[in-house]
Design a protein around this ligand. Structure first.
Ligand SMILES: [Zn+2]
Ligand SMILES: [Zn+2]
Length: 320
């Protein structure tokens, strides 16, 4: 059996060179991974979330090296992470997105991309245009999550938007929204991260600054849900609050401002990869590479995860 290098989690994170390489099935492709990103979900999985064991990782750019459809071989690709089973009633009706047996790359019942190879159905793959280098392509998934806001709530451009949270997602939301809206303010704790977000006239402010209320849209991207009270106080009546933090909202928060001010609350999670790729093509100066704070070879994966857990790290990449 063919073996490969991989970052495996089985209760403990370890690097090995003798992990069995994944075998392609009909309609799937094997991808030689070039770069993989560490994200918060990976760290959650290591705390026991979803009981996952196996190869971690779901953010990658790589090159197809095996596939029964020859047109994919040699293509540089990224991939949507949910893989439908192809056999159930939903899949037979072409509703793979609702497949109850779907597996998720590096998250649920499918080995991830922190390895020499990973596999995905070819329908999940997106060929990366020549103009987009690996360092940008590997950020497609997080940028897509930011693009999702524009998909859910089309903006005309004269709105005032506030984003709470200067982490990776907050910064990406600021960038994505500023492609459409000129009045965007990013609020956070860290001067160095706020400085890094500078692009297209984005204003920044510290959490302790006095911020003028009455924004048309407030995006809660603090990652902790703590920003929801602030979001309610900064949003104008009949404005929109976008919730981007997947953690539970603290139970003692008074939600009555939502009713009193007739606020629209929008839950927003993942977005379409193609939207992110199109945005990268339309805005080649969007400074995505600034988010990459560290790079490690895959063999140093344990060190890389320690680094990713530190506040100063934004995006840590593994070079495979
Ligand atoms: Zn992720
Ligand atoms: Zn299915």
């Amino acid at each position: 059996m063919e073996q490969m290098s991989a970052a495996v989690f089985d209760g403990k994170l370890r690097y090995g060179t003798d992990y069995p390489a994944p075998v392609t099935k009909p309609g799937w492709a094997r991808i030689r991974v070039k770069q993989a990103g560490i994200c918060k979900t990976d760290m959650e999985l290591m705390k026991g979330y979803k009981g996952f064991t196996g190869v971690l990782g779901h953010e990658f750019v790589g090159v197809v090296d095996r596939c029964d459809d020859a047109k994919w071989i040699g293509k540089r690709v990224i991939g949507e992470i949910n893989a439908a089973c192809g056999e159930c009633e939903f899949c037979k009706k072409d509703l793979g997105r609702h497949c109850p047996n779907r597996a998720t790359l590096g998250i649920f019942q499918l080995d991830g991309c922190m390895a020499t190879y990973c596999i995905l159905p070819t329908v999940n793959l997106i060929a990366v245009p020549e103009s987009i280098p690996d360092d940008r392509a590997v950020l497609t998934e997080p940028l897509a999550a930011a693009c999702e806001i524009l998909e859910q709530q089309p903006l005309c451009g004269n709105e005032r938007v506030i984003i709470l949270g200067d982490g990776r997602l907050g910064i990406l939301c600021a960038w994505a929204l500023s492609t459409v809206v000129s009045n965007v303010t990013l609020i956070g704790h860290h001067p160095e991260k706020l400085a890094l977000a500078a692009w297209r006239g984005i204003e920044t402010a510290k959490t302790t600054d006095r911020i003028e209320a009455g924004a048309d849209m407030v995006v809660e991207a603090t990652g902790s849900g703590q920003g929801i009270a602030t979001a309610m106080s900064l949003c104008r009546p009949r404005g929109t609050i976008v919730l981007k933090s997947t953690v539970a909202v603290p139970g003692d928060i008074n939600l009555s401002p939502i009713v009193i001010n007739e606020l629209t609350v929008l839950g927003s999670r993942c977005g379409r990869f193609q939207d992110a790729i199109s945005m990268m093509q339309s805005f080649p100066d969007m400074p995505l590479e600034r988010l990459i704070t560290d790079r490690y070879p895959l063999s140093h994966v344990v060190e890389a995860f320690d680094r990713a857990a530190q506040k100063v790290a934004i995006k840590v990449l593994l070079l495979v």
